[in-house]
Design a protein around this ligand. Structure first.
Ligand code: ADP
Ligand code: MG
Length: 159
């Protein structure tokens, strides 16, 4: 890896169906550290929310996981880490993000997973890992890029 590159590694996997997507998310939960910010990239319907559902299952959450399409933010009182799910697709302006209390979730206790992170470049810039999800052969190709040590932990569980 080039010394200049801030990326600490990457990994790619193919997930054949929704069950595989959920199971993959659950595996990622095993190594998820408080404070880890994950940027989720992919078209509508790519499976970003499904992956988050899997992570939450892996963290032991058994309740319903709603897409934060309209609420922008859903918080889950899981332990180690607590979990925050953002969907910025419908975000109107940065002020709205402040109003939902985004700062409280960036204090290091929470792992924050963000759909449509490019809507807020300041947030995207802070990501520990980028997860790109693309349609492929009826399933999904998932590519993880780590930017920091806590992001790189996700790679170990993604092989
Ligand atoms: P997004 O949040 O990216 O808009 P969703 O997670 O809501 O997407 O999922 C969209 C659809 O894709 C769901 O119907 C889900 O069952 C399906 N899906 C998720 N992962 C896979 C996969 N690996 N292979 C096939 N279908 C999948
Ligand atoms: Mg979604």
């Amino acid at each position: 890896m080039a010394n200049e590159s801030p990326v600490t590694g990457s990994a790619e996997t193919f997930l054949v169906d929704e069950a595989a997507q959920l199971a993959f998310g659950a595996r990622l939960a095993d190594c998820l550290q408080p404070g880890t910010l994950v940027a989720l990239h992919g078209d509508l319907g790519a499976g970003k929310t499904t992956l988050v559902r899997g992570v939450l299952q892996g963290l032991g959450y058994r309740g319903r996981v709603r897409s934060p399409t309209f609420t922008l933010l859903e918080a889950y009182d899981t332990t180690k880490p607590r979990f925050c799910h953002l969907d910025l697709y419908r975000l109107a302006d940065l002020e709205e993000l402040e109003l939902i209390g985004i700062r409280d979730y960036l204090d290091g206790d929470w792992s924050v997973w963000v759909e449509w992170p490019q809507r807020v470049p300041e947030l995207l810039a802070q990501a520990d890992a980028d997860i790109h999800i693309d349609y492929s052969r009826g399933g999904r190709r998932v590519h993880i890029e780590a930017r920091t040590a806590s992001g790189a932990l996700l790679l170990e569980y993604s092989a």
